[in-house]
Design a protein around this ligand. Structure first.
Ligand code: NAD
Length: 728
């Protein structure tokens, strides 16, 4: 174990270097923590050591706690977690007190943290326990506490220390939103104490250590008369902060994220008691969050499995096939977005449309996004011109010569798609051809191709620059070369891929459509639209189904309904939905783009209230359903479809099903995704709920055979489909 090494220099400064072998970024393990503790003990006991620097042997300081370790701690149960966390507090408190006399607070050894680059999670909590934090002026570095993003919160003293250092109000964006800052911004916010040129980092810290006085080592919260910046909860200003913060969090999270609630409790309760008691409260709240199945599921989906997919968990073993030159057909909303993300990742792009004007408009989309980035200080003029220089907008298919991947995003019309497929393949022999269709089967579209083994679906979500999921769809004849190309492309543009088989609506849309339809069906039944929308949000969906269909447009819904009905014939189950949907379209209420849909909109396009005109047409039933009935209908409509997709082999990996659902359409992230949600419920309980739903609302809620079998055997999805047993 050599995660940390220590050397004492001629001036008596011990340099403790964090450098985890075999990893590009330091992460903290339990053994690493124990070693750190031993080395600090040694340095404090060694009379030759005057002070300590804690730094990194890598470009960055640390990426955080090894979340696999957290998973192990969770397996041990609450007491094991609590003891482990208190042990960490003990070590960090030892660093903070640095051997000083507890009464006189004299005689401690100064300890400075030196951050050469990124410092996240425990990578900032450890420095916060040191006496002074030096950060190199490294524009690539990110500093912060992102734990909340994966369903936990800073539990190694970061919550308590940052609140006491900055005050609850100023600490809120870092703790509650996981805001990450550049070193300069971190200095301005008070997260770090000093910024130095990268080459002066250790020298500056050393100079400070050698000149520090006893008083420099006393943390404000260990000093007499400490008052929390901005006021503790019973101070008038503090009172305002805490009341406001609580309301804001409940507004943003609807109370469904246990970590946000526990964090607030740790901050509030911690602020009322002395520092060491506050650490204990933090540890209790942290334990409660780790014991909540939501945090296990969120860490698994949003961190461990997302990372595995990003790294190509389901990529066939083959040499790198990164894209050098990309052709994009159709410079509309999607094509323009795809051109932008590719050019931004350093790929040459040929963007083709029917007219030069349309192609130029597509390129101008990149310019507008880059300008926005410049205004926010995130994009330099040089970067803007580099990215734009990579995009050639043209009508000339001959320009596709030399591209190795083509993504087609023309109109959703099989004839138009067939025509451009032929033209493009003629101009780019050897290129992989991908379609961004959202509804048309890949196998059918590939019939237009002379090389169906090189034909694949790469389905982006709108807006392309913001949405991180990409669904890769294999047609019946798609070969491994096309899959590898698509996966390597998605990795280049830093999005998360899932790979699914060809079937109506693939995976994501297949689950989103029943969600929207269930919401609309309830409107037809006389359920209050506000109840439908609020029930969705209160169970963690980012958009209610009615808002979602307004965003994606009601005429698109009509188009999809007509096509589905044509394909399914008498089996078509959604007449009741169409009643409402078609009527809305007839009223010209096409959704946000028409400034009129299930919601009303101001002239400026701001969403206002639910549209009052619905009530005369679909009067409210006197007897309204319970909140949980509405929520069960909305979540089961999606989750059962996900199970069917697995059962039918459209999905081949539940990790993709869960990560895809959260990134693709925001399926209640607190749950870790539909499969994790069903595991939290338990298959048996889920099947029972389905029985009740079938009795009340119809056969669409019939539990799939797989789920029923799992209920009988007492299986869970993650128990049954992990390791080598991923496929159903
Ligand atoms: P769009 O109407 O905004 O853009 C289509 C573009 O294709 C237009 O600029 C049009 O001029 C161009 N075009 C049409 N025929 C052409 C041809 N023969 N040669 C070259 N260019 C041609 O549509 P969009 O929303 O960008 O959708 C494009 C594709 O992406 C569709 O297949 C759609 O189903 C799919 N998709 C859309 C979304 C979405 O949210 N809009 C999401 C995922 C996938």
């Amino acid at each position: 174990m050599t995660d940390f090494t220590m050397k004492t220099d001629a001036d008596g400064v011990a340099i403790l270097t964090w450098d985890v072998a075999g990893k590009s970024m330091n992460v903290m393990s339990l053994a690493g923590f124990a070693l750190l503790s031993d080395l600090v003990d040694q340095a404090l006991a060694d009379t030759a050591v005057k002070g300590i620097l804690i730094t990194s042997g890598k470009r960055d300081f640390a990426g955080g706690m090894d979340l696999n370790v957290i998973a192990q701690m969770q397996a041990g149960g609450a007491q094991v977690i609590f003891n482990g966390v208190m042990q960490m507090h003990h070590v960090l408190r030892k660093i903070e007190r640095a051997g000083m006399d507890p009464k006189t607070k004299k005689g401690g050894k100064p300890i400075a943290a030196c951050l050469p680059g990124t410092a996240l999670g425990i990578g900032l909590e450890l420095p916060l326990a040191c006496h002074r934090i030096f950060a190199a002026d490294n524009p690539k570095a990110k500093i912060g506490l992102p734990e909340i993003m994966v369903g936990i919160f800073p539990g190694a003293g970061g919550t308590t220390r940052l609140t006491r250092k900055l005050g609850a109000m100023m600490a809120a964006p870092f703790l509650l939103e996981g805001k990450l800052s550049s070193p300069q911004a971190a200095k301005a916010a008070g997260l770090v104490d000093e910024i130095t040129a990268p080459e002066d980092l250790l020298a500056s810290a050393k100079a400070w250590v050698l000149s520090a006085k006893d008083a420099d080592l006393i943390k404000p919260w260990d000093d007499k008369g400490y008052k929390m910046p901005g006021g503790a909860p019973y101070h008038p200003a503090g009172f305002m902060t805490f009341v406001g913060a609580n309301a804001m969090i409940m507004g943003k999270t609807q109370g469904v994220f246990p970590a946000a609630r526990a964090l607030m409790a740790a901050v509030y309760e911690g602020a009322l008691v002395p520092f060491d008691a506050a650490l204990k409260i933090e540890a209790r709240q942290f334990t409660s969050v780790l014991m909540n199945p939501s945090s296990t599921a969120m860490i698994r989906s949003l961190f461990i499995n997302k990372e595995a997919l990003d790294k190509g968990a389901n990529r066939p073993d083959a040499p790198d096939q990164s894209v050098k030159k990309l052709g994009v057909l159709g410079a509309g909303m999607m094509g323009a977005g795809i051109a932008y993300v590719a050019a931004n990742a350093g790929i040459e792009v040929v963007l083709i449309d029917n007219t030069q004007e349309a192609a130029d408009k597509g390129r101008a989309h990149s310019e507008a996004l880059l300008d926005k980035g410049m205004k926010r200080g995130k994009v330099t003029a040089e970067k803007k011109s580099d990215v734009l220089a990579r995009i050639t907008a043209t009508t000339d298919y001959a320009a596709l010569n030399g591209v190795d991947l083509i993504v087609e995003a023309v109109f959703e019309d099989p004839k138009v798609k067939a025509e451009v497929t032929k033209k493009a393949e003629g101009s780019a022999p050897g290129a992989i051809f991908a379609t961004n269709t959202s509804t048309l089967p890949i196998t059918a579209l590939s019939q237009a191709s002379v090389r169906p083994e090189d034909f694949i679906g790469i389905h982006f979500f709108s807006p392309v620059d913001k949405m991180n999921l990409v669904e890769i769809i294999k047609g019946a004849k798609t070969g491994p070369r096309a899959i590898v190309k698509a996966l390597d492309f998605v990795r280049q543009i830093r999005k998360t891929p899932i790979v699914v088989n060809d079937a109506r609506f693939f995976y994501a849309n297949r689950c989103i459509i029943p969600y929207i339809n269930e919401g609309i069906r309830m409107v037809a039944e006389g359920v209050a639209p506000a109840l439908v929308e609020n029930a969705a949000k209160l169970v963690g969906m980012p958009l209610g189904p009615l808002q979602l269909v307004d965003e994606t447009s009601i005429d698109l819904g009509v188009k999809i309904a007509k096509a589905t009905k044509a394909a399914m014939g008498t089996d078509y189950p959604d007449e009741a939905v169409d009643h409402v949907l078609f009527w809305m379209a007839d009223q010209g209420r096409l959704g946000r783009k028409a400034n009129a849909g299930f919601y009303s909109y101001s002239d400026k396009g701001e969403r206002l209230d639910l549209w009052e005109g619905l009530a005369p047409k679909y009067p409210l039933d006197k007897l309204q359903p319970s909140l949980s009935d509405v929520q069960n209908r909305l979540l089961f409509a999606q989750a059962l479809e996900a199970v069917r997709a697995l059962e039918e082999g459209v999905l081949t990996d539940i990790r993709e099903g869960d990560v895809g659902a959260i990134l693709g359409w925001g399926f209640a992230p607190w749950s870790g995704g539909p499969f994790s949600w069903l595991d939290i419920l338990g298959a048996d309980h889920a099947v029972q709920i389905c029985r009740g739903l079938v009795a009340q609302f119809g056969h669409r809620f019939e539990a799939p055979a797989l789920l029923r079998e799992m209920a009988e055997k007492g299986d869970s999805f993650y128990g049954r489909f992990s390791g080598d047993n991923r496929a159903a």
